[in-house]
Design a protein around this ligand. Structure first.
Ligand SMILES: Nc1nc2c(ncn2[C@@H]2O[C@H](COP(=O)(O)OP(=O)(O)OP(=O)(O)O)[C@@H](O)[C@H]2O)c(=O)[nH]1
Length: 425
């Protein structure tokens, strides 16, 4: 039944306007008895106006938070100003969504406005707005933000990255880098890149993809962390430009590389590495005129050492021999084990005489050293000075022939190789 007051005040024109709105409109008295009900409410709540009008809201909607709603209505009427209600569940009137399948919500999300009815000061107008789309977008954004956050955390924990300002000072470091380096975030910020062993920012900016700088970074405990450095896209904000470096741990790779270059027994370079060094020396001579020589050196009567003192004693002599050659050569010289009891030294030098003098120095050092358990030891030497345009094979052949001659002439001596074919008249 329709109460007198409502019938009087809801004119056909007002009802028609209310029916065209895309929000729910209902008028209630302070006891929440429905006095007016628009089409939106009929369609969405599936209760027609004849049924709704005259009924208390809690009768129509048994789960309605009546106490809260009544308080809000009272407040709006007393203050004669709008009041808003944000239902805890997101909706006041349970309206099922027909797009449940891809929605975060089963029920329509509503914004409730309670307005004092200016014509009837005891009544309140309740406006129900459908804000599902907004809440949906917010919920999706929250899920996306959480996923991005998780992704950032994943990167932070697993990828070594550094933020650097325009002056090459560190601005931030990922947890992965702090953990791998043992560095402390506070002390790290503001430190110049090169003080960490990471070189200059410009070098990383210019580096080609296939020639990324490899840097030995000093860990907090003094050990070395080898990293390959790639410059990533930077970011600009109101505080300025931030460059990003991504660091790849290549320590293991470096370790394997070092092992593959060296002879396991003596620690001297192996033949493969020496071949590379020799090629590099030939290129440097062609380009910059840096002359060099090689000394081939073979321990005399080494077989006897093995035969008389055992293989282990032979091994120990080889190690001591390597150590002696190291101390008797310069840092700029390169030492390799050529095979068995034969060694080779590559030395940047300007003439054959100087190379021969270097070999003679080695010969004397070996001859005067004490070699437990065998006593004395000697070695024979073949020295070849690299001729312009000479191949590596030709140079080594000449040194080998000279070494053979030293053996033939009685061992414990230095023989100088014949000039290369290109040098002969
Ligand atoms: N203990 C030990 N012996 C090795 C190693 N590599 C090669 N030899 C030995 O070195 C010896 C070389 O013998 P030879 O080539 O006859 O040369 P040599 O006895 O020094 O005689 P000359 O060179 O003519 O003075 C062989 O007995 C090899 O077995 C090694 O890594 N450890």
């Amino acid at each position: 039944m329709q109460p007198e007051s409502s019938a009087r005040r809801t004119t056909p024109l007002m009802q028609s306007i209310a029916d065209q709105l895309s929000s729910g409109i209902l008028i209630v008295d302070p006891e929440l008895t429905v006095l007016a009900w628009n089409r939106w409410m009929t369609e969405h709540a599936e209760i027609d106006s004849e049924t709704a009008i005259g009924q208390r809201l809690e009768t129509l909607f048994p789960d309605l938070p009546v106490a809260t709603l009544r308080r809000r209505v009272k407040a709006a009427l007393q203050l004669q100003s709008p009041s808003y209600l944000q239902p805890r569940k997101g909706y006041l009137f349970p309206v099922t969504l027909d797009r449940i399948i891809d929605s975060h919500f089963a029920y329509m999300q509503q914004r409730i406005r309670i307005l004092p009815d200016e014509n009837e000061p005891h009544n309140a107008i309740i406006v129900v707005d459908d804000v599902t789309a907004t809440r949906e977008a917010e919920a999706r954004a929250a899920v996306a933000a959480k996923a991005s956050q998780r992704y950032l955390e994943l990167i932070d924990h697993n990828v070594m990255t550094l933020g650097v300002d325009d002056d090459g000072h560190v601005t931030r470091a990922s947890s992965a880098l702090l953990q791998a380096s043992g560095w402390n975030a506070e002390t790290l910020c503001g430190t110049p890149l090169d003080a960490l062993g990471l070189g200059q920012l410009e070098a990383h900016q210019k580096a080609a993809d296939d020639k990324l700088p490899e840097c030995p970074v000093l860990r907090a405990d003094g050990s070395t962390l080898w990293v390959r450095v790639r410059k990533a896209q930077g970011l600009e904000d109101e505080e300025g430009y931030e460059h990003y470096l991504v660091l790849q741990d290549i320590s293991l790779q470096k370790e394997i590389q070092a092992l593959s270059e060296r002879d396991a027994l003596t620690g001297a370079y192996n033949r493969m590495k020496f071949d590379q060094l020799l090629q590099a020396a030939i290129s440097a001579e062609e380009r910059y005129g840096q002359q060099f020589a090689v000394i081939l050196c073979d321990i005399d009567y080494f077989k006897r050492i093995n035969d008389n003192h055992g293989h282990l004693a032979g091994d120990s002599v080889l190690k001591q021999f390597t150590a002696l050659l190291r101390t008797q050569t310069r840092l700029s010289d390169q030492l390799a084990r050529w095979g068995g009891e034969e060694f080779v030294v590559l030395l940047p030098i300007v003439n054959t005489q100087d190379a021969a003098a270097a070999a003679e120095k080695l010969r004397q050092a070996i001859a005067t050293e004490n070699w437990p358990p065998i006593g004395k030891l000697s070695a024979s030497f073949g020295v070849a000075f690299h001729a312009p345009n000479e191949s590596a094979d030709s140079l080594l052949d000449r040194a080998d022939v000279a070494l053979y001659r030293a053996k033939e002439e009685g061992r414990n001596r230095v023989c100088i190789a014949e000039p290369a074919d290109s040098e002969r008249d």
